[in-house]
Design a protein around this ligand. Structure first.
Ligand SMILES: NC(=O)c1ccc[n+]([C@@H]2O[C@H](COP(=O)([O-])OP(=O)(O)OC[C@H]3O[C@@H](n4cnc5c(N)ncnc54)[C@H](O)[C@@H]3O)[C@@H](O)[C@H]2O)c1
Length: 297
């Protein structure tokens, strides 16, 4: 199963990165957005990221300025933008990276099922929804996988490749090979809540919040414990501020609703209260900590 042309739907935080790494690896990329402003913003992000990478190569003496500019122009030349779903019809692989809303995603996959050629592979970058439901919506469940990249896509080396009970083996192998071609380390996972990373990480964050709530330790001490005792780059409360308290809450709420008997999925009251107060973490300037841009104030 040969993948040459890749459609990326949604050119936001994740989609622009996936489009870029695919183009850097030689794939022809069509990036689809909902409106011209969002498309321009996504492509602009790619331009800035390529320029930054190219100038670093020059600084490090790995490429001359001419070579770096040539590399970046060639990479960018592989990416085109569109507002028309029909332009994805002949893609070998389509990766969806739109808003985390299952109804909206299902509607999109339903349309893709009518537009794309018969052997197109469908992938979702969802962090929390069952891949099988989108496969069902597309009408081609055997051609559906999860391709869960991590933020920032250009730097993070992991991609989780998710198979449902219905995913065709060849489709799964082709999706893994695509991840490898994008110079990521693919890990295979069944279609279970949170796949590998978020299934471990989100309950861990929830436990840390519950410790804080009970007054077992201060937020600074919980964070220091995991940073210096386990070698994590940041503690769980700082991490929750980074991820966004609203995002964390919405993942947990979805899981609690779907899997009410799973003891690891618990919503700390403190999380609900902070979100209700608009304290969403780094992006709103305050969560568990007060933020000044990317740094704790
Ligand atoms: N942000 C993260 O750290 C992260 C990590 C892994 C996976 N994800 C998942 O990736 C997906 C995208 O997240 P994001 O953070 O990039 O969101 P984002 O809001 O930055 O980007 C989503 C983009 O999709 C566009 N869009 C929305 N509906 C569309 C449609 N019908 N057709 C075309 N474009 C449409 C929006 O204009 C927006 O630019 C979500 O499913 C999210 O759960 C996010």
């Amino acid at each position: 199963m040969n993948i040459e042309k890749v459609g990326i739907i949604g050119c936001g935080l994740m989609g622009h990165g996936i489009a870029q790494v695919a183009a850097q690896s030689g794939f022809t990329v069509v990036a689809l957005e909902g409106d011209q402003g969002a498309l321009d913003a996504g492509l602009g992000r790619i331009d800035r990221s390529l320029a930054k990478f190219a100038s670093k190569q020059v600084e490090k003496g790995k490429l001359t300025e001419e070579e770096a500019n040539g590399w970046s122009a060639q990479t960018r030349g592989r990416i085109s933008g569109t507002l028309e779903l029909a332009d994805l019809a002949d893609c070998d692989l389509v990766v969806e990276a739109i808003v985390e809303n299952l109804e909206v995603k299902n509607e999109l996959f339903k349309e893709l099922g009518t537009v794309c050629k018969g052997d197109t592979i469908f992938a979702s970058n969802t962090s929390s929804f069952p891949i099988a439901e989108m496969g069902k919506a597309s009408g081609r469940p055997e051609r559906m996988v999860g391709l869960h990249f991590f933020n920032p896509v250009q730097l993070m080396r992991l991609v989780e490749v998710v198979r449902t009970d219905e995913t065709d083996e060849e489709v799964f192998a082709a999706a893994r090979a695509f991840g490898e071609a994008c110079k990521k380390t693919p890990v295979s996972c069944k279609d279970t809540p949170g796949f590998v990373v978020n299934r471990l990480l989100v309950p861990y964050m929830s436990q840390a919040l519950q410790m804080l709530e009970r007054g077992d330790a201060t937020k600074e001490d919980i964070d220091a414990a995991m940073q210096f005792g386990c070698g994590h780059p940041m503690g769980p409360l700082t991490l929750t501020d980074y991820v966004g308290l609203d995002t964390t809450l919405s993942i947990l709420e979805g899981w609690v609703e779907r899997y009410p008997d799973e003891a690891a999925f618990q919503i700390p009251q403190i999380l609900r209260e902070k979100v209700a107060a608009g304290k969403l973490g780094r992006k709103s300037g305050e969560g568990f900590y007060v933020w000044d841009g990317d740094k704790k104030a």
